[in-house]
Design a protein around this ligand. Structure first.
Ligand code: PAF
Length: 285
């Protein structure tokens, strides 16, 4: 028996038509925005949407505006057939596959100035990144008219940017953050992990180890933010990373650095392992 082909839509007009039909049935729409190269992390978001909503839409679009010229836009993995097969197995109702022209027509000049929380951490290393993310996410939320959009905690700052964006612009979609999916050795799943050599893959486990050790240190009574940051930076260097970008303890909402631990907080790390930039985080509640 051959299983039914998953439904894909490539244009905004077709998507609008399809979504109006779903809306007429008063079905709830769940949405998972992705750039493809899907892994268990993405699939866990899909499962959450399938549990909570009547109709699940996934988008696959490698958004050029969130890459700076020196980043990996051209090399970004695009295993579309495999992605569609995975989504079909999960029972996704619709996949939106726009091309650049569809989301950024030639005369399209409007973009989003991202909320304040975008300016720190990732925003310092990648100054144009969150404007690109905020712009494309708002376009996709508008197009899918979703009740709930699902984002992974691995990109914690991205989730905060999107939550503040919908709050500030009174967008009706609810933004849900789902837990980080990890490999057995603790490495946070990421589409960019495929860039790691076998040796780098081993080194990369030190990001999660550093977070776990630091959580333990805090559980045992450490409250000094600077001591915590120094410990994390040292642990990453000893773990073999090529360069540490940041290793901080921050307020979980504003992402302001905490001199003294207060709750809820978040530990956030970003480091280069060889040529690959990895991020990870852990919430302290
Ligand atoms: O997290 C991602 O994959 C991307 O930043 C997103 C949210 C799909 C926007 O392009």
């Amino acid at each position: 028996m051959t299983s039914k082909q998953i439904q894909t839509i490539r244009t905004r007009d077709d998507l609008f038509r399809m979504i109006s039909q779903i809306r007429q049935k008063r079905s709830t729409i769940g949405f998972v925005p992705t750039m493809g190269a899907l892994h268990e992390g993405h699939l866990s978001l899909v499962r959450e949407s399938k549990q909570q909503c009547d109709f699940t839409v996934v988008s696959i679009f490698v958004n050029p505006t969130q890459f700076s010229p020196d980043e990996d836009l051209d090399q970004y993995p695009r295993p579309l057939d495999n992605d569609l097969q995975l989504l079909q197995q999960e029972g996704v109702d619709l996949v939106f596959l726009p091309d650049n022209q569809e989301l950024y027509p030639a005369d399209c000049s409007t973009s989003i100035k991202p909320p304040l929380v975008a300016g720190k951490l990732e925003g310092e290393s990648r100054p144009t990144h969150f404007a690109g993310v905020a712009t494309v996410v708002l376009k996709l939320l508008n197009l899918t008219q979703c009740d709930i959009a699902y984002f992974g905690q691995k990109d914690y700052q991205q989730v905060k940017v999107v939550q503040h964006l919908v709050r500030d612009l009174n967008h009706p979609s609810k933004i849900v953050m789902c837990p980080i999916a990890r490999a057995e050795d603790g490495l946070a799943l990421s589409s960019r992990n495929i860039y790691l050599s076998a040796e780098e893959r081993q080194i990369a486990t030190c990001l999660n180890r550093t977070l776990q050790e630091t959580m333990q240190m805090i559980a045992e009574g450490e409250t000094d933010g600077r001591a915590i940051m120094a410990h994390m930076t040292q642990a990453l260097i000893e773990g073999g990373v090529t360069e540490t970008d940041y290793a901080v303890i921050a307020d979980a909402e504003s992402l302001e650095f905490l001199e003294q631990v207060s709750r809820p907080a978040v530990l956030l790390v970003a480091a280069m392992v060889g040529e690959t930039r990895l991020i990870d985080n852990c919430l302290i509640t």
